[in-house]
Design a protein around this ligand. Structure first.
Ligand SMILES: Nc1ncnc2c1ncn2[C@@H]1O[C@H](COP(=O)(O)OP(=O)(O)OP(=O)(O)O)[C@@H](O)[C@H]1O
Length: 260
């Protein structure tokens, strides 16, 4: 089977600073849920922004669906979906307006989008807000809308950045089931998150990025075996060389108590 995403020696820097990504090499195959984890500032969002074509001043080569994204910059985007960590949703629009607008951008029939969008909103329990302005939505409702908008055009690859943010426990269960079914259908899911318990459970393969380099790549079981740690949180702490949580917390509390 050919990789659906192929990243070769990917490097990038912002301005004149040092490289933020320092030579990433990864091949990802269809039907995999990839947990992409790493400390704050490691370069996860940067990687995704490059793949999405938002940043293009990178070095190295990225092939999606077998094509170099620096050559054909547009057509692969029809087949990918994205849930950003923080989104600028057009607050003044209703969900109906927003989703049908997006559907049209993807070349879908307006009636098909309307029916599909309404049904998907219903499955997430927010159908009665379909014609309400997004500005009136709660955080979780907006997140559900983002998830729906990323999937509306039935993409083959889905990029998710902290997608459970704001979702209630019932919706989290539904969404995890959806992800696992999508993967079974052969869709590829690139899942970035700091919630290690979830990444540990849903990922077929985990990539740990530290300081712009992949420092671990394997199934949870493989990483566990190698590091001799019990949970992904512990593996993460070990591989990023972090052992000082108690010291830092103590220092934090001490500082809070200091007289000014
Ligand atoms: N627009 C920018 N201009 C300058 N530096 C940036 C910019 N965006 C990101 N960086 C830097 O690039 C590095 C990687 O950032 P990135 O957002 O990719 O990290 P991340 O792994 O997604 O972090 P987090 O877990 O906090 O979301 C950081 O050092 C950050 O300061």
């Amino acid at each position: 089977m050919d990789p659906i995403i192929k990243i070769h020696d990917l490097r990038i820097r912002y301005g004149s600073g040092e490289d933020v990504l320092k030579g990433i090499n990864v091949e990802i195959y269809p039907g995999q849920i990839i947990g992409y984890i790493g400390p704050n500032g490691a370069g996860k969002s940067t990687t995704v922004k490059i793949i999405l074509g938002i940043l293009d001043n990178y070095r190295g080569k990225i092939e999606i669906f077998g094509n170099d994204i620096s050559v054909d910059k547009i057509s692969y985007k029809r087949r990918i979906g994205y849930v950003p960590e923080t989104a600028e949703i057009y607050d003044n629009l209703t969900a109906y307006e927003y989703l049908t607008f997006l559907g049209e951008v993807y070349g879908m029939e307006i009636e098909t989008v309307e029916n599909k969008a309404k049904k998907l909103m219903g499955l997430f329990g927010i159908e009665e807000h379909f014609y309400d302005r997004i500005s009136s939505y709660s955080k979780g409702m907006k997140q559900k809308l983002l998830i729906i908008s990323s999937l509306l055009h039935n993409p083959d690859i889905l990029f998710l950045d902290e997608p459970l943010s704001g979702l209630d426990a019932n919706s989290v269960m539904v969404f995890k089931e959806i992800l696992s079914s999508l993967a079974k259908e052969g869709k590829t899911i690139f899942y970035s998150s700091h919630i290690m318990e979830v990444v540990e459970k849903i990922s077929h393969r985990i990539l740990l990025l530290n300081n712009g380099q992949i420092v671990a790549d394997g199934t949870f079981e493989e990483l566990k075996e190698k590091s001799r740690e019990g949970s992904l949180e512990e593996i993460f702490n070990q591989l990023t060389g972090f052992h000082k949580h108690r010291e830092i917390a103590d220092e934090f509390i001490k500082t809070l108590k200091e007289e000014v």
